[in-house]
Design a protein around this ligand. Structure first.
Ligand code: 13P
Length: 256
């Protein structure tokens, strides 16, 4: 079976480099034992270089939580693709709902995706609806979001795209609940249909689709067992080394 991809999105945590090193050290130790999991940690930018010093071999990859679309220049506060490459970053998260909530539009997300795929990063594109309405308009929302975010992406670079389905109502401390594995399955099929419309069937089925939103050590197994599930994008539980270790072990087992 194909490897599962488990991505830790640390968001704006932890508060110190010392804590970051501790968590990363523990994740790395577990990751080294697993042969069926691609483990990726996405810490805040300022920790990337220091953590990279601690990565050995290819067992634990580093990701960034954002990227800017221009290569250099007067863009105060932004981080460029060459800076990320220099820190040996291989993955980039683009379009997370927490960034979209701060004003990031589909157009901005699209520009960032183009930069990231062009410069060879595995690009995790986050999509998901804010709420579910009785008329199922959230399907249309998702279709629009995916089509806008991936506008003008070519088949040639599609191999660098990973889709993370993260419904907003399932994310973070304020989450209503995690999605159910069945809800994820339904959306996974729908995402494949949209990608098929855009790129053709063969290409669409090669794009990994992950689930994110209140994933923990108890429910991880069920999401990983969903037919076609490529892995998980984990927030809070990725900062708890013991819980994250269980998630990684579940992924390793599910991919055997
Ligand atoms: P939680 O796992 O904390 O709900 O966050 C999910 C997420 O936003 C990952 O990108």
């Amino acid at each position: 079976m194909a490897k599962k991809t488990i991505i830790a999105n640390w968001k704006m945590n932890p508060g110190t480099l010392a804590e970051a090193k501790k968590i990363f050290g523990s994740v790395k130790k577990t990751a080294q034992k697993l042969s069926h999991v691609e483990t990726v940690v996405c810490p805040p930018f300022v920790y990337l270089h220091e953590l990279w010093k601690g990565t050995s071999g290819k067992k634990c990859a580093l990701g960034a939580q954002d990227i800017f679309w221009e290569r250099a220049g007067g863009f105060t506060g932004e981080v460029s693709s060459s800076m990320l490459s220099d820190a040996l970053v291989q993955y980039v998260i683009v379009g997370h709902s927490e960034r979209r909530a701060l004003g990031e539009t589909d157009d901005i997300v699209n520009k960032k995706i183009h930069r990231a795929v062009k410069d060879g990063f595995k690009t995790i594109v986050c999509v998901g609806e804010k709420e579910r309405d009785a008329h199922a308009r959230y399907f249309l929302f998702l279709e629009h979001e995916i089509k806008q975010s991936l506008a003008k992406v070519t088949r040639a670079v599609l191999k660098n795209i990973i889709i993370a389905y993260e419904p907003l109502w399932a994310i973070g401390k304020e989450a209503k609940r995690p999605a159910t594995p069945h809800e994820f399955f339904e959306m996974l099929i729908f995402i494949r249909k949209i990608l098929t419309d855009m790129f053709g069937k063969k290409e669409a089925f090669a794009v990994p689709v992950l689930y994110g939103g209140s994933v923990d050590h108890r429910n991880a197994k069920e999401f990983l067992a969903v037919d076609g599930s490529a892995g998980l994008l984990v927030g809070r539980a990725s900062l708890e080394p013991k819980l994250f270790q269980e998630i990684l072990f579940s992924a390793d087992l599910s991919a055997r």
